[in-house]
Design a protein around this ligand. Structure first.
Ligand SMILES: O=P(O)(O)OC[C@H]1O[C@H](OP(=O)(O)OP(=O)(O)O)[C@H](O)[C@@H]1O
Ligand code: HPA
Length: 177
């Protein structure tokens, strides 16, 4: 896409309110847990994860993994590769994956399969955005911020060709002809 503009889709204030709500729900559900391991997938999750963990009134540790499927494109390459694995062992631990967006589901299906095979005590998924219209893998998140059907989004950690992650809101990319 040569020329495009970005339209505000979810405002900064709406995101902040939702993240607070999710923080309360997750805190309540894990209140008897000794240690919750929050896992972020680099790079898209970092802003959501940073805000969400500060709304958790729980003993939390944080770890990151890098996988790649989209590269610089708007379509998934369909091949999900682990580029950087977790630093810590998750066996027997309560694990919560915190992701920016669930779209085809191919990335998280693969990642959840890998993490499940490491025998955590529990494994759940929290996504800020659940894009439902292009789902290919059977996967349903445990905690969802916002749901929408389709459209390519950017901002609040999410990129288009590595740009726009720093927008404080979620925008929709529109082609300008
Ligand atoms: O459900 P899917 O269709 O698999 O898409 C979701 C994935 O796509 C994005 O990652 P991307 O590959 O763009 O890397 P990034 O985290 O560095 O932005 C996003 O962060 C999810 O991990
Ligand atoms: O809508 C999107 N925007 C940016 N990256 C993405 N990765 C999956 N879906 C999207």
């Amino acid at each position: 896409m040569n020329n495009y503009e970005i339209e505000v889709f979810i405002s900064k204030d709406e995101i902040a309110e939702k993240v607070k709500k999710l923080g309360k729900i997750i805190t309540d559900e894990y209140k008897n847990t000794k240690e919750l391991v929050v896992i972020g997938l680099l790079r898209g999750s970092v802003i959501f994860l940073s805000d969400l963990v500060r709304e958790l009134d729980l003993p939390v540790s944080i770890d990151f993994m890098t996988v790649s499927s989209y590269g610089n494109e708007m379509e998934s390459t369909r091949e999900v590769k682990i580029i950087k694995d977790l630093d810590e062992n998750i066996m027997g631990k309560d694990v919560l994956i915190v992701e920016d967006i669930l779209d085809s589901g191919l990335t998280l299906k693969k990642v959840m399969g890998i993490l499940e095979s490491r025998s955590p005590n529990s494994l759940k998924l929290s996504v800020l955005l659940n894009k439902t219209g292009r789902r290919e893998a059977d996967i349903s998140p445990d905690y969802i911020g916002f749901e929408f059907e389709d459209g390519f989004v950017v901002g609040y950690g999410i990129d288009y060709a590595q740009k726009h992650r720093n927008l404080p809101y979620i925008g929709i990319v529109k082609e300008v002809k």
